[in-house]
Write a protein of this length. Structure first.
Length: 349
């Protein structure tokens, strides 16, 4: 594994590793950039085929957090942690306590939160060991599950795209195909349904699709066909790399805007979307609502302030779209430029 070569590729930064044999903890904390403040980002807890896959996932996710925090105007850098899920039986409480001690040893350089495979209960365990954790229970001064805020921000971003691309001032009658209706995808469907959108959904778990059908009247598509649905907006809300060589040629939506991280399998897929006239809302720009929400915990949680800042994602996405049109450049490149402008300004202070 080319450890330092990968750090250079993703313009890092630093990486911390932790192995605790007693609990089977194998964890990686990737800190991409801290020019704007301490790194903040969630903890992913899933199985990986190799240690290298976990390492690269941490690097990609942490870089995305830097960009997400910068575009959202937060006083935080980007970081991410991954825990390689043990293949044999394990004590979850003991494992997350060990992880909490790992975070405590970093002395506030990195602040964790929930992500894929982790939840409020896990963050509560981490909280018993370190204060450098967000997304905890409201009874302890936290904000709880950040998924509704992520969904709120994505809905606002979709509204900005629909206004820019389709000239519509609201989502009434707008057809959105949602890929993945887990925590965030479910709440996004709720937001879209309340706004009058028409829904088609798909998920690896048929029960989740059926729930969206019951509660929101969503049509159900096969998981391998959801990207082929003729609609106004394709919303990837599952794991990353959903925009790839297989899906791009089959897209029948003028807009791609969803909650998933790292939606582009490779940057060239952003170029492909631009060349095809498909408007892409850069993932780290549109899905920042959850980060905005948990970041508020660091300074003292205020739900109203978190919501108001999340609603501004509309303005960020619209500005990216506008600059993309003026420059005739892919939106992901425009978003990157906007972030680099912010980071350069911070470095000069």
């Amino acid at each position: 594994m080319d450890v330092f070569g990968k750090l250079s590729t993703y313009d890092f930064g630093e990486v911390h590793f932790c192995l605790d044999k007693a609990t089977q903890l194998k964890a990686i904390v990737a800190i991409h950039d801290s020019r704007l403040g301490p790194a903040l980002g969630g903890c992913r807890f899933i199985e990986y085929d190799t240690d290298e896959a976990a390492y690269i996932d941490a690097l990609r996710l942490a870089r995305g957090m830097t960009y997400k925090a910068a575009l959202a105007g937060l006083a935080h850098g980007g970081g991410k942690s991954v825990i390689i899920r043990p293949k044999s039986r394990f004590d979850r409480v003991a494992l997350f306590r060990a992880f909490g001690q790992f975070i405590e040893n970093l002395r506030g350089h990195y602040i964790t939160a929930e992500d894929s495979g982790t939840g409020l209960e896990d963050m509560e365990i981490v909280r018993t060991v370190t204060k450098h954790v967000t997304g905890i229970d409201p009874s302890h001064g936290g904000s709880g599950d950040p998924s509704p805020f992520t969904a709120l921000g994505v809905r606002r971003g979709i509204e900005a795209c629909v206004k820019f691309k389709l000239g519509k001032n609201d989502l009434r009658g707008v057809h959105v195909a949602v890929q993945g209706v887990g925590h965030v995808g479910y709440h996004l469907c709720k937001e879209l349904h309340q706004a009058g959108a028409k829904l088609t959904v798909a998920d690896v778990d048929p029960h989740k699709s059926e729930r969206a059908n019951r509660e929101f009247g969503a049509a159900i598509a096969p998981l391998d066909k959801i990207a082929h649905v003729e609609c106004d907006v394709f919303a990837p809300c599952a794991l990353g790399a959903g925009i790839n060589d297989e899906t791009v040629p089959h897209l029948r939506a003028p807009i791609v805007a969803g909650a998933a991280n790292n939606q582009l399998a490779e940057p060239r897929h952003g170029n492909d979307l631009h060349a095809r006239g498909i408007l892409y809302a850069p993932d780290y720009a549109i899905n920042a609502g959850g980060l905005v929400n948990v970041a508020q915990e660091v300074i003292g949680y205020d739900a109203k302030a978190a919501r108001e800042r999340t609603l501004k994602i509309y303005d960020t996405i619209y500005e990216i779209c506008d600059r993309s049109r003026k420059l005739d450049a892919p939106t992901y490149k425009v978003a990157d430029i906007m972030v680099e402008e912010k980071l350069a300004a911070a470095a000069r202070k």
